[in-house]
Design a protein around this ligand. Structure first.
Ligand SMILES: [Zn+2]
Length: 355
């Protein structure tokens, strides 16, 4: 018994010390007053001020290079001089790096943080029909890996799409494909088909490759349209130049939420490296009139991940994760059932009559 008491007291002291150290870190964090500023001609806001205005607590760690904001189960982590953020345990690439002293661009607050941290307006219509786009096809092989026996990306994007179609249909969704065999539909035609046929979501499926150093890079990346005025995650590769608005920008908040939920499901269910939710003005995303994402399901070039992607069992698991992500998105954005509001209205009018 006394042993247990001592243990309890020691644990209590440890808890108190931990609490005090967190409190001190919080005080230091909040001592920096909220300021807005311009960095490289861009509007930046202090994370401290934003946290206070939105009911978040905060502290710094790693010698002041990491900023952590918390509220209930929410935990946002930002790194100084870096665009890599973690939003509730999932990596999300910001449009602009967080600046010294804990400043974040106003654009990222509006276009990256807010759509993921706060509830969004429900969609006008519940997600029921999904357009899947198996990347490449026909004359366009996509990435080719292997020394003697070449494996083509287009083969595995189609295999994944066919598996995913089955699983989505089992979950009750309608599914259309931009191709169901080895042919090449033009890039712009793919989202146009989804528009014409009234799909509720557009999901393009790809796999990645990094030939210079195959052993170094692995894990999925999930893309959605870049917000107006921001640089894409892949600008260094020369894709998706320009920063003006495309039709897809109308639904960019919903697309980001879809990318986040699908990416989260992939990373958590497959136990793979988190290569982050990213933005790009890919041709297959630009003209989509519904929430649209592009999944790079992993690296064909990686010696271990590549082998997994070539395996039908692993693709089944990947498809199952994507279904979970889509269901999570559907749950967060479905409009309330019409009967519920009708009942409320009736109740209000009835009670008014009685009083
Ligand atoms: Zn591809």
């Amino acid at each position: 018994m006394p042993f247990a008491l001592n243990e309890g007291r020691r644990a209590g002291n440890l808890r108190l010390m931990k609490f005090l150290s967190v409190l001190l870190a919080c005080l230091a964090f909040f001592a920096d007053t909220a300021r807005a500023d311009f960095i490289n001609g861009r509007s930046y806001v202090s994370l401290t001020g934003w946290a206070r205005a939105n009911g978040f607590g905060g502290f710094t760690q790693d010698g002041g290079t990491e900023f952590v904001l918390t509220k209930g189960a929410s935990r946002l982590v930002f790194d100084k001089d870096s665009a890599d953020a973690s939003i509730n345990g999932v990596e999300v690439r910001l449009a602009f790096p967080v600046a010294k002293g804990g400043f974040i661009s106003q654009l990222d607050l509006d276009k990256t943080i807010r759509p993921l941290v706060f509830p969004q307006k429900p969609s006008a219509k519940k997600v029921t029909v999904i357009c899947l786009d198996p990347g490449h096809g026909g004359k366009d092989t996509g990435y080719r890996v292997g020394t003697f026996f070449k494996r083509n990306e287009k083969t595995y994007t189609l295999a994944l799409a066919l598996e995913l179609r089955q699983q989505l249909m089992r979950a009750g969704f309608g599914v259309m494909l931009t191709r169901d065999k080895d042919v090449y539909p033009e890039l712009a035609w793919r989202p146009d088909m989804a528009n014409r046929k009234g799909a509720d979501l557009f999901v393009s499926l790809h796999f990645n490759s990094f030939p210079p150093d195959p052993g170094r890079v692995q894990g999925p990346e999930t893309y959605c349209i870049t917000p107006v005025g921001a640089a894409s995650s892949n600008d260094s590769e020369g894709a998706g130049a320009g920063s003006h608005a495309y039709p897809a920008n109308r639904l960019e908040d919903k697309s980001l939420l879809l990318a986040y939920q699908v990416h989260r499901a992939l990373v958590k269910n497959l136990g793979v490296c988190d290569r982050s939710v990213r933005r790009a003005r890919f041709e297959v995303l630009r003209t989509a009139e519904m929430p649209a994402i592009l999944i790079e399901g992993g690296y064909l070039s990686h010696p271990i991940e590549g082998k997994k992607i070539f395996d039908a069992g692993y693709r089944q698991q990947m498809a199952a994760a994507i279904v979970k992500g889509i269901l999570a998105y559907q749950k967060l954005t479905s409009p309330p059932p019409p009967t519920a509001s009708a009942t409320t209205t009736n109740r209000v009018s009835t009670s008014r009559r009685h009083h």
